[in-house]
Design a protein around this ligand. Sequence first.
Ligand SMILES: NC(=O)c1ccc[n+]([C@@H]2O[C@H](COP(=O)([O-])OP(=O)(O)OC[C@H]3O[C@@H](n4cnc5c(N)ncnc54)[C@H](OP(=O)(O)O)[C@@H]3O)[C@@H](O)[C@H]2O)c1
Length: 297
Amino acid sequence: MKENIAEGEIQLSKIIAGVMNWGVWGADLNTTSMAALIDSCLELGVSTFDHADIYGGYTTEEAFGKAFKASGVQREKIELISKFGIVYPTDNSKVKAYNTTSEYIIQQVEQSLKNLQCDYLDVLLLHRPSPIMDARQIADTVDHLKESGKIKAFGVSNFTATQMELLSRHTPLCTNQVEASLLHLDPYLDGTFDCCQKLNIHPLIWSPLAGAILFTTSNKSSFLEQRDRILTVCNTYGWTLDQAAYLFLLHHPFRLFPITGSSKLNRIKLAVDCLNQSISNDQFFELWSASTGVKVP
Ligand SMILES: NC(=O)c1ccc[n+]([C@@H]2O[C@H](COP(=O)([O-])OP(=O)(O)OC[C@H]3O[C@@H](n4cnc5c(N)ncnc54)[C@H](OP(=O)(O)O)[C@@H]3O)[C@@H](O)[C@H]2O)c1
């Protein structure tokens, strides 16, 4: 159920549990419910959990850390991803900003480890590219964190192909975590997935269900017509919208790792069940054309 995300790099579960909505930004699960969900995810084979320092306004890692401790699950049974780089306004600063300085990276990793109640992260990601990042400084800091055993692997998130190439010249990247879904085809076309294949790093996919927009029925949604075309294809093959969304992503021959956003076990299970199903090439392009509204040229 686990696979390498890059050559010689660690293995992650093929479906990853995104924790962003488990805390106060979403379901606000208490410690007992979160511990039970961690256990149930593991039973499904979902052993990788995706965090960021900022989730829940800097509170969700701590909530997860308490739940993980309560669950009694051994640290080696799971893989933890966390991210740094986005800075929310605080008493000292009124501006939402990015920070990729060495001092800040180390501070945030220490904080994530403390909150998650563990002594290493399996994967550390730079959450977003900063317009003023110093690739060499980031790489040196990452190398230091690896040497000290605080992180096992380093990757990026929301990086363009050029930004990936730049940073990978200084330190090996293990992945690029990007948005992709039936409603967001950009990385298929803008060079992101091409560059991942070139660097031999498998992308992790956020918002595989377009952050629930796929299920929107409000007349105000600009996605309504697009969603209806997708629904027509789903009805032809007896798929649910979420099933079609996962099967579409999993069809890519250069394996993508979807990150589920739900805090409901049955919805995480649906994603896992899709690993045992597949769609044909024609069905992929039916969904693609339903999304774009035109046949491929
Ligand atoms: N790197 C980045 O910049 C970045 C950005 C955003 C997210 N992420 C990561 O990616 C993960 C997933 O992102 P996401 O939350 O946007 O994922 P998503 O799976 O596209 O969307 C999750 C939302 O869809 C809802 N949903 C799922 N199945 C549904 C159904 N059948 N009917 C109606 N609603 C349904 C969920 O509600 P319920 O909870 O009620 O099921 C939840 O609100 C996050 O947890 C986070 O770890 C990373």
